[in-house]
Design a binder for this molecule. Structure first.
Ligand code: SF4
Length: 459
């Protein structure tokens, strides 16, 4: 059952002293329940109540951070099975693998590609998050040398070897940077557990398609005092994807519904497995992206991918951005006037709503079309054009207020407003309320730049 603000409030001092920055203990409890403040800000708590609250507030899935200092990434921390019940926390880090036996120049080039991969979508720059160093050579010195080289990378590390000696050699080089150890198995669990303790690093437990064994070994690690554990129940390609999903869903259900302490850890997905069975770059990239998308939707808290083609990564990163938006908060930009190009008093005036996906789509089309214009953005509480028209947020008087409050009438001589094609039913009402002449623009913003060019030709 999900923790409520009242559950938290019962354990707070109830003095309403406001030292936490909130007006009351209830307000603080509400923010704690939504993870919008920190428990430590209440300095008035008795030790026993504090401990109870810390346990109560611990997420169903443990939150784990790898890396140190400026290069860290945090994952896990989820509370619910379904996003609409609350939200999902900590977007799945995308980790790209690098083999320790690559030619030096190819190694450097691949690391550079990983670090520089980024693209912007709806105002957010999407990037990769970590590097997985594979002990493909099977040699401990080669592994350690490559790990040492990655010290200069801007990303945190996942060290991949089932050989405890190779893992120790690499940890000697980068253990102080808190890499994720991948992986402890039934065969090496004692040695890998000892390394996780010695270097104070999180460790992945890899048990293929056997949750009973996973439980047993997770308990073994926990009994040694290891708290930061990542669970990898195996990623299978082809028809095996069904087993993969079953294991991921079962693991997450055991964590959230059953509060099974042996499963309350982040899950690792490894779509990179695809490349064991596929050599063709395009086929492999498509298959890997498909598996990554499947696992992104079903509880993969961290993921190792091999392909670095941007056409493969864009859908995965875009899906991640969508899955990890907070459904409780409208995705909105600030309302007001935005300008494109070198505007003057004769520049055309357009209008749209402040739903961020709408705004950034229009912005992208105006920029790529090299348009020069004003764009008035109406506060529709983050709703799209058709939704806000149906919901009443987009109406004549709201647009009249926007024109008045934004000061656009002092900046242009024109009194012509181009509204989105989907807002056509409100065009008459907008004209009546604003006194401006309304022109209905295209339904698809990709046609706006052409419309502006055409209007310029007519002027
Ligand atoms: S500091 Fe603690 S006791 Fe004071 S108002 Fe905040 S939650 Fe309540």
């Amino acid at each position: 059952m999900q923790l409520t603000a009242m559950d938290i409030y019962r354990l707070l001092p109830k003095t309403n002293c406001a030292k936490c920055g909130e007006a009351s203990c209830m307000a603080f409890a509400t923010k704690l329940s939504e993870k919008e403040t920190d428990l430590e800000l209440c300095t008035q708590m008795a030790a026993n109540e504090l401990e109870k609250l810390e346990n109560l507030l611990a997420p169903a899935v443990r939150e784990i951070t790898i890396g140190k200092g400026a290069k860290t990434v945090t994952f896990g921390g989820d509370e619910v099975l379904y996003r609409y019940e609350l939200t999902y926390y900590n977007p799945t880090p995308i980790v790209i693998d690098v083999a320790d036996n690559m030619e030096e120049s190819a190694f450097d080039e691949r690391v550079k590609t990983i670090e520089e991969t980024e693209f912007e979508r709806t105002g957010e720059v999407l990037t990769l998050n970590a590097i997985a160093l594979r002990n493909a050579s099977g040699d401990k010195e080669t592994f350690a040398k490559a790990a040492s080289k990655l010290k200069s990378s801007k990303f945190p590390l996942v060290l991949c070897s089932l050989d405890p000696e190779a893992m120790k050699a690499a940890l000697e080089e980068v253990g102080d940077e808190r890499p994720l150890i991948y992986a402890a198995t039934e065969n090496n669990i004692e040695e890998m557990a000892a390394l996780a303790i010695e270097y104070d690093c999180p460790v992945t437990l890899f048990v293929q398609n056997d949750l009973e064994k996973m439980k047993e070994l997770s308990r073994t690690l926990r009994a040694k005092g290891i708290k930061d554990i990542v669970l990898d129940p195996g990623t299978f390609v082809g028809e095996g994807i069904g087993d993969t999903l079953d294991n991921f869903v079962m693991t997450r259900r055991l964590a959230i519904k059953e509060k099974d302490e042996d499963f309350r850890f982040p899950i690792m997905g490894v779509p990179a497995i695809t490349w064991l069975f596929e050599e063709d770059e395009v086929e492999g990239g498509i298959k890997e992206a498909t598996i990554a998308a499947t696992l992104m939707n079903k509880y993969s808290d961290i993921m190792i991918i091999h392909g670095t083609n941007i056409w493969e990564l864009i859908p995965v990163l875009t899906l991640r951005q969508s899955v990890y938006t907070d459904p409780r908060k409208p995705q909105a930009v600030d309302p007001g006037i935005y300008t494109f190009g070198d505007v003057d008093e004769n520049s055309p005036v357009l209008m749209t709503t402040n739903f961020s996906l709408t705004y950034y789509t229009v912005e992208g089309d105006l920029k790529s079309g090299k348009a020069t214009c004003y764009l008035l953005v109406l506060d529709t509480e983050g709703r799209a054009v058709d939704v806000s028209l149906a919901g009443g947020q987009l109406n004549g008087s709201a647009v009249a207020d926007l024109i008045k409050d934004s000061g656009i009438e002092d900046r242009v001589k024109t009194r012509n407003l181009i509204i989105p094609g989907l807002a056509a039913p409100a065009s008459g009402e907008i004209e009546d309320e604003t006194g401006w002449e309304v022109k209905v623009g295209p339904r698809d913003s990709s046609a706006i730049a052409d419309l502006l060019l055409k209007l310029k030709g007519e002027a």
